[in-house]
Design a protein around this ligand. Structure first.
Ligand SMILES: Nc1ncnc2c1ncn2[C@@H]1O[C@H](COP(=O)(O)OP(=O)(O)OP(=O)(O)O)[C@@H](O)[C@H]1O
Ligand SMILES: [Mg+2]
Length: 453
């Protein structure tokens, strides 16, 4: 019977009993005695039922509830059903937890459950091997006390896990781990560490191979270029067939030297992932030089090249690397923007950090190519890039340089309308230069020089 129906039945019984007692009391002219007896008996019955319920509850509700009548029968039945449901749910939960623990324990990846403050709550066997966690001492410890790698600690503090982090294992420096942190439930995180030593080793072999080959090619290419340059001055070089052949050989040798230099630069950038030395760079001065060179490079194409900079905004980093990265973006904008197009170089800061933006009104890039642009030798239109002398290494260099400065390169583009390449630098990398306030506004802004002016 449902609790509602039992409740109505109980009220009916109480009302009927009350009426009967009143009638009985009136009949025998002892209304008070009749009512008192009735109420006392009713109360006593409820007390007995209450005691039986209490007894059943304190024994853990493991047996079916005691027999009862009326409202108590319905109440006990409801409680018993609720208990059974809870027990079933608990059993299911325990089974799910056991399955989770069994499967994560068998995982080759180290898996660590972390609390809100990075305190270790649970880990699997692989975490003991790869991260050196020990039972039971490390339970409740903060993970940053056990993995002290500065970049790991920084990422934990900032909660920045957009990219996995590669570090050597705290147990054995020869083991390379790729770490990822994912939020699971409210205030709970899962730290996953995968042993990627083999991959890192293969990557190292590839890097060494590229660096060695590039290095070995450098000398012969310089020699070839030297001889060709000498031959170009020879009177015979102005006669056919050398008239056509030698300039071609000279140009191709120059291109190859460019590729070798770019590959060596990339190898160097990959070798030391972190910036070792930083200097304060007045970016505005650097961008003025790049702007001047860009106008010279644009030449006949007569692009409108605008420079929009915050002169007080400086950057801490490596001047040569940043110069190379910024120039690469500007050269690309010139290469891939048709005659008369507009190119805008912007350097500014906001609460997110400092940003160097190169926007053009050029050919644009299809969305499917964008994620691959920073791969080595990736070119959207190989024929066109070759025509313009491109090898597809420029953006790979830009990405490396920006990443080494703690930043990020973003690319937005619409085919036929143009592209915007932005280097975002974190707040810790920029600073404000002390500049005397200008007394008079300058009538002419040389930074906005264009070919048309
Ligand atoms: N501003 C741009 N507008 C349109 N396409 C671009 C732009 N910048 C780069 N691209 C595309 O991205 C590709 C890769 O650029 P990247 O700078 O890496 O190589 P590249 O310019 O061809 O050669 P280089 O190694 O000399 O820089 C280019 O080949 C081009 O197709
Ligand atoms: Mg380029």
């Amino acid at each position: 019977m449902s609790l509602n129906r039992s409740w109505r039945a109980e009220l009916t019984v109480v009302a009927a009993g009350g009426v009967a007692l009143v009638l009985l009391g009136l009949w025998y002219e002892h209304l008070a005695v009749a009512l008192l007896t009735g109420v006392t008996s009713y109360l006593a019955w409820h007390l007995v039922q209450l005691y039986r319920l209490y007894d059943w509850l304190t024994r853990g509700c493991v047996t079916p509830p005691p027999d009862a009548k009326g409202i108590w029968a319905a109440l006990l039945c409801e409680l018993w059903r609720g208990q059974r449901r809870t027990r079933k749910r608990k059993r299911k939960l325990r089974r799910a937890l056991r399955r989770f623990k069994e499967s994560t324990a068998a995982l080759p990846e180290a898996t660590v459950v972390l609390g809100l403050y990075g305190e270790i709550e649970w880990w699997n066997a692989a975490a003991e091997q790869l991260l050196g966690l020990r039972r039971p001492d490390d339970r409740g410890q903060r993970i940053a006390n056990l993995i002290r790698h500065p970049e790991f600690v920084r990422r934990l503090e900032l909660g920045d896990w957009r990219q996995p982090l590669v570090i050597s294992s705290p147990v054995d420096a020869n083991i390379w781990l790729t770490l990822n942190l994912v939020p699971t439930a409210k205030h709970k995180y899962l730290l996953l560490a995968q042993n990627t030593t083999r991959l890192q080793h293969l990557d190292q072999v590839r890097r060494d191979f590229v660096a060695n080959v590039s290095h070995e090619l450098r000398t012969p290419l310089t020699v070839i270029s030297g001889y060709v340059e000498a031959l170009l001055d020879h009177p015979e070089a102005r006669k056919p067939p050398w008239k056509h052949v030698l300039p071609q050989v000279h140009e191709q040798a120059r291109r190859m030297r460019g590729i070798v230099e770019d590959l060596l630069l990339l190898s160097r950038l990959e070798l030391d992932r972190e910036l070792t030395s930083e200097e304060e760079i007045a970016v505005t001065t650097l961008l003025r030089q790049i702007h001047k060179e860009a106008m010279e490079l644009s030449g006949e194409a007569r692009h409108r090249i605008l420079l929009d900079v915050d002169p007080q905004l400086g950057l801490r980093g490596n001047r040569n690397e940043l110069r190379s990265a910024f120039s690469n973006l500007v050269v690309n904008a010139i290469r891939y923007t048709p005659t008369g197009g507009e190119i805008r170089l912007r350097w500014h800061a906001d609460t997110q950090g400092a940003h160097f933006c190169v926007s053009d009104t050029g050919v644009g890039i299809e969305a499917r190519h964008i994620p691959r642009l920073t791969e080595r030798f990736y070119r959207v239109d190989v024929g066109r890039s070759r025509e313009t002398g491109g090898t597809g290494l420029g953006l790979a260099i830009v990405k490396h340089v920006v990443t080494r400065h703690g930043g990020e390169l973003t690319i937005e583009s619409t085919v036929g309308k143009g592209s915007t390449f932005t280097c975002h630098f974190p707040v810790r990398h920029f600073y404000w230069l002390e500049i005397e306030p200008r007394l008079e506004p300058e009538p002419f802004n040389p930074l906005a020089l264009t070919h048309d002016e």
